[in-house]
Design a protein around this ligand. Structure first.
Ligand code: CO
Length: 133
């Protein structure tokens, strides 16, 4: 298991992309809207891991609510796993609160599922598994 990416919730995705292009001295290599989560994502490569900027595409997006409540900042840490269904089952059995029983389609050709921050000392954890396009 390794850290695939860090998700950062932002208010203005255009501005944030500009900032992170300067910060990381590199171009955003991919932007993608994830309709089922009402977010637009922008990805940066940082060695073996990535930074995922998350901007809301709708006022009722979880990201809009997050930014309104907590302000911009780190939203989740994503761990790449080989078998997301098996990991979800394992974590349920360990007593973790998974936010959905089944993974959903996320950005960047991934299946994704989330584990509640209350079980992870305040950190929202994403599990992700790469899938074929
Ligand atoms: Co993510």
């Amino acid at each position: 298991m390794h850290i695939d990416h860090i998700g950062i919730a932002v208010d203005d995705l255009e501005k944030a992309v500009e900032t992170y292009e300067k910060l990381l001295d590199g171009e955003c290599y991919k932007r993608e809207v994830v309709d089922n989560q009402k977010v637009e994502t922008a990805f940066f490569e940082t060695g073996q891991s990535k930074v995922e900027l998350l901007g809301a595409t709708s006022p009722d997006s979880v990201i809009a609510k997050y930014v309104a409540k907590k302000g911009e900042g780190m939203h989740h840490v994503a761990f790449e796993v080989d078998d997301i269904h098996a990991e979800l089952k394992r974590l349920c059995e360990e007593g973790f609160t998974v936010l959905s029983d089944e993974p959903s389609r996320g950005a960047d050709n991934k299946l994704v599922a989330f584990v509640h921050p209350k079980d992870n000392h305040g950190v929202l954890v994403e599990l992700c598994q790469s899938v074929e396009e």
